[in-house]
Design a binder for this molecule. Structure first.
Ligand code: ATP
Ligand code: MG
Length: 229
């Protein structure tokens, strides 16, 4: 309980620096500034996007903290998940490069649309790719693929990392759980809890298969868009 209260307050206080960053960036994103420093344009827009994502994450964590049922806030958009995945991979390419990790993602041209909330899907993918890099071995791979089953589009994020012991797999999706192999790797143990919660809010489900020392595959499914919408 004390841990929850602490986390809730910390998360809450993250909102104000993030908002300040947003306001400052708005000033520099103005065209007269960018005319003078065109080389900063891309960096500024990336920081703006990441800051917006952080604010969204913070707001979502606040909902977790309040124990609020946020079901009503979930949008049902017609989403091309491959675009979201490409965007997340772009954002993560710098950290992946540090460990010389390669992304393998080659979505089919006729990938079905899913009925989901773009912002939430983006958070889900980001958390899973983050783990797949963090718990990978240097020079490893992150492989992303899709499968269609019973009206759902399943996305699998597979890595060639340290893996998860079978006795831990039941606990992974619980808040604050961290596997003992995670050792020195930083984290709070909230990523997968959030992933599960968000996917379920969008009427999907998550799954895991893993082999210690070989790698981990996390899957999540989302309902496909039906012709009637
Ligand atoms: P954060 O809140 O920053 O995401 P975290 O990564 O520790 O912290 P989770 O993403 O919830 O938290 O993952 C929980 C635990 O599951 C991790 O501590 C790690 O032990 C294990 N784990 C998650 N993903 C993987 C993976 N791809 N390979 C191996 N272990 C993993
Ligand atoms: Mg994580």
């Amino acid at each position: 309980k004390e841990k929850d209260d602490f986390l809730f307050r910390t998360v809450h206080d993250l909102r104000s620096p993030s908002n300040t960053v947003r306001l400052i960036l708005e000033k520099y994103a103005k065209s007269d500034f960018l005319k003078r420093y065109p080389e900063l344009k891309e960096d500024i827009s990336i920081i703006q996007e990441l800051d917006a994502r952080m604010l969204q994450l913070v707001n979502d964590l606040l909902l977790v903290g309040k124990g609020e049922e946020a079901g009503t806030l979930v949008k049902k958009e017609k989403v091309d998940i491959s675009l979201i995945i490409q965007q997340v991979l772009n954002e993560c390419s710098a950290i992946a490069a540090v460990k010389n990790i390669k992304f393998r993602y080659d979505p089919p041209a006729d990938l079905p649309f899913v009925a989901a909330d773009t912002g939430l899907v983006s958070e889900v993918v980001l958390n899973l790719v983050d783990n797949a890099i963090k718990y990978n071995k240097p020079g490893g791979d992150v492989i992303i693929s899709h499968a269609v089953m019973n009206g759902f589009l399943e996305t699998a994020i597979q890595d060639t990392g340290i893996g998860i012991a079978p006795e831990n797999t039941d606990n992974l999706f619980k808040p604050y759980f961290r596997g003992e192999q995670s050792g020195k790797i930083r984290g709070t143990g909230l990523g997968l809890y959030i992933v599960k919660r968000l996917v379920e809010k969008m009427n999907g489900s998550v799954g895991i298969s893993s082999l210690v020392g070989q790698g981990t595959k996390i899957t999540f499914s989302l309902p496909m868009v039906t012709e009637k919408g």
